[in-house]
Ligand binder design. Structure first.
Ligand code: F6R
Length: 242
């Protein structure tokens, strides 16, 4: 596991964007695994700036997203479909047909999960997966206790995750109760993983990840079983690590 320290959110974002840009330049038909949330917004901004300035092209890139809420229309600003279009896809030259995000509107969510897992495999797997980390160590929507063998599945969101995500909704009642998420084993199949963390609120999760044992009570700890993981974290997120 490689640790790259950044001064602050901006530096973390720039360094993460550089990893993606180099990957896409080296392999133009890269399969990128993408995340939503606050941590990655600065990285997406840096990618857009680079695309505008240096013409880095995403025409041959495929992307797969980690997760999506169940039951939110894609026009809903809190859906991850909306987020990805708004924060990244509409600003770069990625082709709409090359983008896949879990279908939280599917009539049969379990079947949609299986199809998603199959679609990733048909792409040849993820080359570079970007991850944020939850305060409780979750990765994607895999909450503590999730089996390390899990594949794409439907989850009931915990109280703490719904509360953390409430900041984006008008009230807790509007926060969906379920989501579709890549499983931990799906994530571990990625060839390379980049975990990002910024700010004091992530310090404990990063401390537990680095110093704690590999155990299903800490989903992020599964990454320690992967041969190619890089963490980019800023000073605040690393403040509890000696
Ligand atoms: C998002 C995702 C989540 C977030 C995590 C951190 O697609 O899968 O696991 O990465 O909740 O969220 P932020 O970045 O908002 O702190």
């Amino acid at each position: 596991m490689k640790l790259i320290m950044a001064k602050d959110y901006q530096e973390m974002s720039n360094k993460a964007a550089d990893v993606i840009i180099n990957q896409v330049k080296e392999k133009p038909n890269t399969v990128l695994g993408l995340a939503t949330g606050g941590t990655v917004i600065g990285m997406y901004e840096a990618l857009i700036q680079d695309h505008q300035k240096n013409n880095t092209s995403y025409k041959e890139v495929h992307s797969v997203n980690l997760d999506e809420y169940v039951g939110l229309e894609y026009t809903n600003q809190q859906s991850y479909h909306y987020y990805m279009n708004d924060q990244l896809f509409s600003h770069i030259d990625i082709q709409a047909d090359n983008v896949i995000i879990p279908n939280g509107l599917a009539e049969n969510i379990d079947a949609a999960c299986q199809e998603y897992e199959k679609a990733i495999a048909e792409l040849g797997g993820v080359d570079l997966q970007i991850l944020g980390i939850g305060q409780n160590g979750h990765i994607a929507f895999n909450e503590p206790g999730t089996s390390f063998d899990s594949i794409t599945h439907k989850v009931e969101l915990t109280e703490s995750t719904r509360n953390a995500n409430m900041r984006y909704f008008d009230s807790i009642d509007e926060v969906p109760t379920h989501a579709m998420t890549m499983g931990i084993s799906t994530i571990l199949k990625s060839k390379q993983i980049l975990l990002l963390a910024s700010g004091k609120s992530k310090a404990e999760a990063i401390y537990n990840f680095i110093n704690g044992e590999v155990h299903e009570s800490n989903p992020a700890s599964a990454l320690k079983n992967h041969p190619n993981v890089t963490i980019i974290a800023d000073e605040e997120a690393l403040s509890l690590v000696e």
